[in-house]
Design a binder for this molecule. Structure first.
Ligand code: SPV
Ligand code: MG
Length: 431
């Protein structure tokens, strides 16, 4: 009896999967791989049901002889263990990042004479409708809100990228790359006060009001499913902050980060070059407590951001605040620095982790950008936020295009570096 292997990364079985099983069954004993949660996430497919339920779902299908877990999107381990005579897959993986998985399977099979069988991908209106419904479900506030806490449990480090519009939201939602045999994508989105304000041509001083910030969130949630971390600046007056928490929660936002500053807020990356006042531990703790009391679901997170290193108040002050804010109910601590060297951030993380092994730590490596995700994770960091890189890459590109059109009195000279017209008119999917 020959062994036929196929890997499933779905929560819903449709005709396409049944076709694959039927086809596989004609070759021998059918073994299905259930892709693990961590691998599914890296592959940009967030699981809506737990792994054990997915396994039971696959086991119940006619023609399936065995279900095993596949821990990685690449097949090295599973093929090494199982040595299937055949691997069956839909033929829709010949382009884009998935092509690397196909190459991986072909190489592994070739080493011992196994065979890859590709069946035509089923693209009926029913299959498309199921995919659409699944996506809509993930975008609903209840699902989206709780997703950040789920990711913190599953991922070694949660990666968030700044977004400030529907378009940047789509980049965060859809960008997947293959690099060194791994697929990767962003797990979450950061609605930065700096970039949200900059996109509106305003300074980052809490001038863009909450109603306008909420509109940005609406634009992003309309076209995405990934969880949102909202930059709440100082959180404003406690009496206002409690309403902000309720509204964000209702919108499906997963977390707000508020910084322990008071008075006119300036961007942290100015450091001590401009006057900035840190709030007292007592006042800021009271704000956190009020926010926690106001929230209605267990999913929403209030994360306290500590500005002691930015304002050069020292490591001891930062650690004292971290413990106090956690005791006041903060669901996470963000520690910020504007030094190029990550040393003080890593020292904070190590020392906070000695005192508190669990409370999630968030960092924003804009200045200390040499540090890698693996290093941060090894020091106990749970969330890394790439806070402004999309805006900082787009602005110089747009500015140069504007300058060159003025310089040459036509657009021909800039055309080579532009997205083709065909691509821009088809970039946004229609329903
Ligand atoms: C933001 O992105 O708005 C932030 C991070 O608050 S920073 O700009 O580094 O202060
Ligand atoms: Mg900010």
């Amino acid at each position: 009896m020959k062994t036929v292997y196929t890997c499933f990364c779905t929560d819903v079985i449709h005709q396409g999967h049944l076709n694959i099983i039927e086809h596989a069954h004609t070759y021998g004993k059918v073994v299905i791989g259930a892709l693990s949660d961590e691998a599914l996430i890296r592959y940009n497919k967030f699981p809506t049901i737990p792994l054990d339920q997915r396994i039971r779902l696959y086991e119940a299908l006619d023609g399936v002889d065995q279900v095993i877990v596949q821990d990685s999107i690449m097949y090295d381990e599973v093929i090494g263990k199982l040595h299937p005579d055949y691997v069956v897959h839909g033929d829709n993986w010949k382009e884009g990042p998935e092509a690397a998985i196909r190459e991986n399977v072909k190489t592994l099979l070739a080493a011992y004479g196994g065979e890859l069988i590709e069946v035509p991908y089923t693209c009926t209106p029913e299959v498309r409708e199921i995919d659409r419904q699944l996506k809509e479900k993930l975008a609903m506030p209840e699902y989206r809100r709780r997703r950040l806490k789920q990711l913190i449990q599953i991922c070694p480090i949660v990666k968030a990228i700044e977004v400030h519009s529907g378009l940047t939201g789509l980049i965060a939602e859809k960008t997947v790359v293959e690099h060194n045999g791994r697929l990767d994508q962003f797990d979450a989105m950061w609605i930065s006060s700096l970039c949200d304000s900059t996109a509106k041509g305003k300074p980052d001083i809490e001038l863009v009001d909450m109603t306008s910030r909420f509109r940005t969130i609406d634009d992003v949630t309309e076209v995405t499913t990934k969880p949102i971390i909202f930059d709440g600046d100082t959180g404003g007056m406690t009496e206002h902050f409690v309403y902000t928490v309720r509204t964000l929660e209702k919108m499906g936002v997963s977390a707000i980060i508020i910084e322990d500053k008071t008075g006119l807020k300036k961007n942290s990356l100015f450091g001590t070059e401009v006057p900035q006042t840190q709030d007292t531990i007592e006042n800021f703790s009271a704000k956190i407590r009020a926010g926690k009391k106001a929230q209605l679901t267990p999913d929403f997170m209030i994360i306290a951001r500590i500005e002691s290193l930015i304002l050069e108040r020292g490591m001891e002050d930062a650690l004292e605040r971290a413990c106090a804010f956690t005791a006041a109910g903060a669901d996470g601590i963000m520690i910020h620095s504007r030094k190029k060297d990550p040393a003080e951030i890593l020292e904070f993380c190590d020392r906070f982790r000695e005192a508190d092994p669990l409370t999630p730590i968030v960092v924003v490596p804009s200045s200390f950008n040499t540090v890698t995700e693996d290093e941060l994770s090894a020091h106990g960091v749970n969330i890394v936020i790439y806070a402004n890189q999309l805006t900082r890459s787009a602005f110089p590109a747009m500015q140069k295009t504007a300058q060159d059109i003025l310089r040459y009195h036509r657009a021909k000279e800039v055309d080579d570096r532009l997205m083709p017209i065909k691509q821009i008119i088809t970039l946004i999917d229609e329903l």
